[in-house]
Design a protein around this ligand. Sequence first.
Ligand SMILES: [Zn+2]
Length: 294
Amino acid sequence: MLGAAAGGGFPQWNCGCKNCVRARSGDPAARPRTQASVAVSGDGARWLIVGASPDLRQQILANDVLAPPAGTRDSPIVGVVLVSADVDGIAGLLVLREQHRFRLFAPGAILKVLSENGIFASLDAALVDRVEIAPGVATDTGLGVMLTLLSMPGKVPLYQETERSAARADEAATYAARLESGGKICIVAPACADLTDAVVGQLADADVLFFDGTLFYDKEMIDAGLGWKTGRRMGHVSVSGADGALARLAGLQARKIFFHINNSNEMLLDDSAARREVEAAGFEVGYDGMRMRA
Ligand SMILES: [Zn+2]
């Protein structure tokens, strides 16, 4: 787990909510977290980054398995998988522009966002191979991992929103990455607006599931005076509630870890009732530097 927080991070630079105040004070029960990203490896040597967070440079420096072998200018990072075109899902690509060869896996819609934004031309096409992945189709990355992008209910990135697109659930531009190696399956799903039976079915065979933990309850941002949008309006199902992740994912066999957690979410605090509820239900709250083997 490179980063467990949602966009803005924890604490968020311009937020003085009670969670952020505790994180900023060095409170050990309110550990800071960087913006959502996960690194996955099939062989322990070659690593794929899922989600290119704006904090990627700091995240690479914080994880020794991603360090260059001594005496080389190289990196164990051989691939990047993009699952959303939100700023917090692509901005980290700009960190990876130092003449390093890697493969960039994304659906056509996200590759189009990159090609239409000139700044991403800083990733030299001769070195960074853009590989278009058709959603729902298992693809051999050639890097020891099979990759399938699963379409998730969601919404277009905020900067692409219009009145019309925001209201259209079918115009989803959000995906989960299903990575398979050695018979083990890891699914990384930072954004999911609705846990329909079909979506839960897509997650059923995961051994490890990293799932959208943005908000604990749907009106959290409004009640805390931090915004006017509900979780669903932002493209995220809540952790709690009858339609929430704790209820809908309870039956999955996977090790279930929340990440992409907004700084307003009380489950970030080790001593909160929300944290106790999550753990009692058999889920975990992700933190930066968390490591696991499927
Ligand atoms: Zn805050």
